[in-house]
Design a protein around this ligand. Structure first.
Ligand code: G3P
Length: 227
């Protein structure tokens, strides 16, 4: 399962792009609103940090069909190519119409704010590259977020569609692992949740133990310095 970073914070993107195996960055209008300032320059900086090949997901802000098409094409032109920029379009009727048109022209669309398997089925049939079900927003209202992802994956497997799941809206590392078990193609997670996938106090004490035992036996010299 691909892991994508769900943030527009430049220092987080620099850090995780250097240290973690991330496959790209996702943004949305809320995420971008947290950064403020010259948001176009900011998005260019994100592209510069992650390089030309990784996926950058950017959401349209227009709400009318023709304007969504225009904005989507301008986003792709500004920040990469049809392969490397996924245009996020919300799962409503105008969004579906725009997805059908843009997908038929070779654009990769991430249909976002997906809260049901029905929306995912329609998005896949419209030609979306990804559908983004919101796991914790479903869990928050007493629905089964992970179960919805599993149902969508089952539908996609049964139909043989090329559309992949990009599961989103995670609050815990456990949710990410449960989604990975469904066979979903990708998940986008916040910096906090990404860190929680790696952090383990027993790993930290194990590392400290290795260092202490080595130093007791060989002092400050490293193995490399003895070779
Ligand atoms: O990409 C946005 C999606 O992940 C929503 O996350 O945390 O706002 O529910 P959240």
């Amino acid at each position: 399962m691909k892991l994508i970073l769900d943030t527009a914070n430049l220092s987080d993107i620099r850090y995780f792009n250097d240290y973690y195996p991330i496959d790209g960055v996702t943004t949305n209008p809320t995420i971008l609103s947290r950064e403020g300032g010259d948001i176009v320059a900011h998005l260019h900086e994100i592209r510069k940090i992650i390089g030309p090949k990784k996926e950058l997901h950017i959401q349209v802000t227009e709400t009318e069909y023709e304007k969504i098409l225009e904005e989507a094409k301008a986003i792709v032109k500004a920040f990469g190519t049809k392969e490397t920029v996924c245009v996020k379009i919300p799962a409503n009727d105008v969004g579906l119409r725009a997805t059908k048109t843009l997908a038929s022209e070779g654009y990769r669309i991430t249909v976002t704010a997906v809260l049901s398997a029905g929306q995912a089925l329609l998005a896949a049939n419209a030609g979306a590259a990804y559908v983004a079900p919101y796991v914790s927003r479903l869990e928050n209202i007493g629905a089964d977020g992970v179960g919805t992802v599993a149902e969508i994956q089952e539908i996609f497997d049964a139909s043989g569609t090329d559309t992949k799941i990009l599961a989103a809206s995670f609050k815990t590392a456990r949710e990410v692992l449960d989604v990975a078990l469904t066979g979903a193609g990708a998940a986008t997670v916040s910096a906090d949740v990404m860190k929680r996938l790696l952090a383990h106090t027993t790993t930290d004490t194990s590392i400290a133990g290795f260092a202490a035992d080595w130093e007791k036996a060989f002092g400050k010299k490293t193995l490399g310095s003895m070779l």
